[in-house]
Ligand binder design. Structure first.
Ligand SMILES: NC(=O)c1ccc[n+]([C@@H]2O[C@H](COP(=O)([O-])OP(=O)(O)OC[C@H]3O[C@@H](n4cnc5c(N)ncnc54)[C@H](OP(=O)(O)O)[C@@H]3O)[C@@H](O)[C@H]2O)c1
Length: 290
């Protein structure tokens, strides 16, 4: 890297399996930035976070944040963009002359594939079902209220966590109704029957446990023709959930588009001069790196 080059990275614990270094290597190569920009993975334990932030302030132009630091890091930054503030979670930090600013690109990343396929308009005034109640589910609920979805039914293994997310969404006061239901039992199937969208925001179905599905067998009958089924899992691209949904006539969206889009949003924050990129050509090029 040239002496005036920029260093970027991703922090998490564990971090070995992160796809971000490959993704950003692909971006830098595509934009002919590979001799000016470098991207590294840093394993940072919870007790090392403060020390890392002080070091990053001097050494890094920006970094991504993943589990378990997305929420805790907000307390150590100089400012947050409105989405990160609303979510209470940061996945991108930009160093602006020594000030560290936090952003959340998961919302824009989630919306990008729906918009690219013109599926977003069909969701206004409709019901969505979300599986999971962690950080990704929170970003999904936030994005769905921006799309004008009328009602979200939330099903999570730990019911109290779903109830907490529902309370958070009601507090945002955007007119969205959020109803927690049990994963097991008939309510999930009934909710799905009248829904326009199902989102899997759990890791269930991810490699290596590819035979698992986040949807209990009892709820499978709720999958129907025209339902949009969006799995945030990107490895494998076609999960068991997406396979079963496709067989029942659903429209399926895999997690790779979101992965690429949220990373591209980060790149635009770090290097705003790249804003006029041909995103579709870039995504095609990047997919070869995964
Ligand atoms: N495509 C993308 O760009 C993208 C972006 C962000 C996230 N994701 C994916 O989304 C998933 C969730 O991420 P996150 O950040 O929200 O994680 P998180 O905060 O740890 O939340 C995980 C959620 O999944 C549930 N869960 C975990 N294991 C489960 C199991 N065996 N059975 C049923 N439920 C289970 C948890 O339920 P409990 O509350 O009961 O523990 C929780 O609701 C991950 O697979 C991640 O890779 C993808």
């Amino acid at each position: 890297m040239k002496p005036d080059g920029k260093r970027f990275g991703v922090i998490g614990d564990p971090i070995e399996h992160s796809l971000s270094p490959a993704l950003f290597a692909g971006f830098f190569e595509r934009f002919k930035l590979h001799d000016r920009c470098r991207y590294e993975a840093f394993r940072v334990r919870a007790e090392e976070l403060l020390q890392f932030v002080a070091w990053a302030r001097r050494e890094l132009a920006g970094f991504n944040v993943t589990i378990p630091h997305k929420e805790r890091i907000t307390a150590h930054l100089d400012g947050l963009d409105p989405t990160a503030r609303a979510l209470g979670a940061v996945n991108v930090v930009a160093n602006r002359s020594g000030e560290l600013w936090g952003f959340n690109t998961d919302v824009a990343g989630f919306l990008a594939p729906l918009r690219a396929r013109k599926l977003d308009g069909a969701l206004r005034g409709k019901r969505a079902v979300v599986l999971g109640a962690g950080g990704a589910a929170r970003a999904v609920v936030f994005a769905l209220q921006a799309l004008g979805v009328r009602e979200v039914v939330l099903a999570n293994r730990t019911r109290e966590r779903a109830a907490r997310l529902a309370r958070w969404a009601q507090d945002q006061a955007h007119g969205l109704t959020v109803t927690p239901v049990a994963l097991e039992g008939g309510a999930l199937k009934d909710a799905l029957s009248g829904a326009a969208l199902l989102v899997n925001a759990t890791p269930v179905g991810m490699w290596p446990r590819v035979d698992a599905s986040p949807l209990p067998p009892k709820a499978l009958e709720g999958l129907h023709e025209g339902l949009i089924v969006y799995d945030l899992v990107y490895n494998p691209r076609e999960t068991r959930l997406l396979r079963e949904a496709r067989a029942r006539g659903a429209v399926v969206v895999d997690g790779l588009g979101m992965l690429v889009a949220q990373a591209l949003e980060a790149l635009k924050i770090w290097l705003p001069e790249l804003v006029d990129v041909d995103e579709e050509a870039l995504k095609r090029a990047l997919q070869r790196h995964l």
